[in-house]
Design a protein around this ligand. Structure first.
Ligand SMILES: Nc1ncnc2c1ncn2[C@@H]1O[C@H](COP(=O)(O)OP(=O)(O)O)[C@@H](O)[C@H]1O
Ligand SMILES: [Mg+2]
Length: 298
């Protein structure tokens, strides 16, 4: 009789454990495969330059051969289509309503940038059926895998919609100017984001800065307050100088970095894209952002 000895049984158990471990690792790798870096652009106060930042940053990233998708989630003042001079019949609202598939609402703008236009109809997302919700989650998850960056223009002010996009993003760029009211509102936004405990990396961008020194002072003021009163780190995304060419480009409905690539503000956007590219590349993002966002709406 050749009965199995205790040694053989142990080997069998060990082999099974190794196979199980390998399977677990495979599953983990599938779940943690690289996905788009999700960047939300927000501000406390309106009119500080978020949409221009979103558009020009996207174009600078495109220039480095990255795939970029812009989403206009400013439900009140959706205007990325105007800045990019893109006509769009369909928006994210049509997807939610089941009238269009997500790939049918992606527009192609100048420089090859992709855009999903926003609409106030998005507030109807709260009334999704389970079926619609699952469909949207599936669609948006696909977008994470197809892009290097997804940039979301969230609109201004503290609201559930704005916060939900920011809190679920890998990084939130809070835009402020040097005006005291803008600084106060930016700090209030940062406070809300910190209280949300989402783990989004918060960076501050000073737009319409008169100088590097002025921008630095604004950053130091806000980051010091965040450290002292919120125990939070606010990263320095740098600054965009005040430049009349930005106003000109808006009037011409041609993005600044395409219309005036050699002006001061365009150089600032290039520097911002370089900085962002380095910090985003170091992370290796996980998929699942939109799953989090959609969950927020219910
Ligand atoms: N760096 C800048 N220099 C000069 N003017 C700027 C700059 N950035 C923005 N602006 C002006 O501010 C206006 C509002 O910008 P916008 O991007 O629409 O702000 P937001 O999206 O925050 O409401 C622009 O139309 C432009 O006239
Ligand atoms: Mg805007």
């Amino acid at each position: 009789m050749t009965g199995k000895g205790p040694e053989e049984n142990t080997n069998k158990t060990e082999r099974k454990m190794i196979v199980d471990q390998a399977e677990k690792l495979r599953l983990m790798m599938r779940e943690t495969r690289k996905a788009a870096h999700i960047l939300a652009i927000t501000s406390g106060k309106g009119g500080v330059g978020k949409s221009n930042v979103a558009v020009n940053l996207a174009l600078c990233l495109m220039a480095t051969r990255r795939n970029v998708l812009l989403i206009d989630a400013d439900l009140g003042l959706a205007n990325l289509d105007v800045l990019l001079n893109v006509r769009s019949r369909y928006t994210l609202a049509h997807v939610v309503e089941g009238k269009r598939r997500i790939d049918q609402v992606i527009q192609h703008g100048p420089g090859g940038v992709k855009l999903i236009c926003g609409a106030s109809g998005l507030t109807g997302m709260t009334e999704l059926t389970d079926f619609q919700r699952q469909g949207l989650i599936h669609d948006l998850t696909l977008l994470e895998q197809q892009n290097d960056y997804i940039i979301i223009d969230t609109g201004a002010g503290i609201s559930k919609n704005v916060l939900s996009f920011c809190e679920a993003a890998h990084q939130t760029l809070v835009v402020t100017t040097g005006e005291p009211t803008s600084i106060t509102d930016a700090y209030a936004m940062i406070k809300k984001l910190v209280q949300g405990c989402s783990g989004t990396k918060i960076s501050l961008l000073v737009n319409m800065a008169e100088s590097r020194v002025e921008a630095r002072k604004v950053y130091q003021r806000i980051s010091a307050a965040a450290k002292r009163f919120l125990s939070a780190v606010v990263y320095d995304a740098g600054y965009i100088l005040r430049d009349e060419h930005v106003i000109e480009s808006v009037i011409q409905t041609e993005p600044l970095v395409l219309a005036y690539p050699r002006c001061q503000a365009s150089y600032c956007f290039l520097a911002l894209a370089g900085k962002l590219g380095r910090s985003a590349g170091a992370q290796g993002e996980q998929a699942g952002f939109f799953r989090k966002v959609v969950n927020w709406f219910f």
